[in-house]
Design a protein. Structure first.
Lengths: 72, 204
């Protein structure tokens, strides 16, 4: 089995990936799929300026190369 | 979404009203695309509240006039008396790092396609994944209850993974530049690479 780690970010977006894992569809392809949750984004203040917000948001696991896949 | 006691019934009255989004995410871009058809840019007042649980909280406590939400937060907001003033859908897909090989990514997509087809055969059967999401648990505890019967299933749209087309990339790039969300020194081809994302069939 090839181990692959993917970032998940809210069940509504990651639903097909959760179902593929639980139904054994990844395993049938020889893939041991592991999930890492994207970080929650809790702003220190509620800015109206997009430039004050890092566009990486909660995709820290991908930026830090803990996962090979993320959703955008 | 707006609260049940809100005077707003359509997007055009939301000018200069605070709207909770997460900047640089789907809630931000989709809200802009929806509102720009009704309001001039200078009257669209968005505030960064981050994750959807924060946006729902800001809406229900009256901190903002409206919030951009996705499921299951939409259904929970409706359960709390809120209503939609406009709805939009956007395209999202998984992106792989440079070291992901094509054989593995194609195999992953085959598995995802099977899951998409299974979900679409009976969406209600899979709502529990949304309700059981650990991130949703504290929100549900505070603002629930919510059951699978409370969802509008047609809002849940799952399609086979497909690479973005050059036209989609170009159109989105131009739209982001127009809104000042992207540095014009970067071209579309610099940040989108479809080399390992060709469409696959479930039985490939």
């Amino acid at each position: 089995m090839k181990k692959v780690t993917s970032e998940t970010n809210g069940a509504v977006f990651s639903l097909p990936w959760y179902v593929a894992k639980d139904e054994g569809f990844f395993a049938a392809e020889g893939i041991d799929m592991q999930f890492v949750q994207a970080h929650a984004v809790i702003p220190e203040h509620n800015t109206d300026n997009p430039e004050e917000v890092n566009p990486i948001l909660g995709h820290v696991p991908f930026e830090e190369q803990q996962v090979a896949i993320y959703r955008a | 979404m707006v609260r049940g006691d809100s005077p707003h019934y359509y997007p055009g009255s939301l000018g200069n009203e605070p709207i909770a989004v997460q900047f640089h995410a789907g809630s931000h871009y989709t809200a802009l695309r929806l509102l720009e058809g009704y309001l001039p840019a200078e009257k669209i007042k968005m505030l960064h509240f981050g994750s959807p649980e924060n946006r729902l909280e800001a809406l229900l406590t009256g901190e903002v006039a409206a919030a951009m939400l996705m499921e299951p937060y939409i259904s929970l907001a409706e359960k709390n008396g809120c209503r939609s003033v406009c709805e939009g859908h956007y395209l999202g897909a998984e992106n792989a790092s440079d070291n992901m090989d094509e054989v593995t990514f194609t195999a992953i997509n085959r598995a995802v396609i099977k899951a998409v087809d299974l979900i679409n055969s009976d969406k209600k059967q899979f709502i529990h994944y949304l309700l059981d999401d650990p991130k949703f648990a504290p929100v549900l505890k505070k603002w629930g209850p919510l059951t699978a019967n409370d969802f509008v299933l047609s809002r849940l749209r799952y399609t086979h993974p497909t690479p973005y087309t050059d036209e989609q990339i170009e159109d989105t790039y131009n739209w982001m530049v127009r809104w000042g969300l992207l540095n014009t020194s970067v071209c579309a081809a610099d940040f989108v690479d479809n080399r390992d994302a060709e469409p696959v069939a479930a039985d490939d």
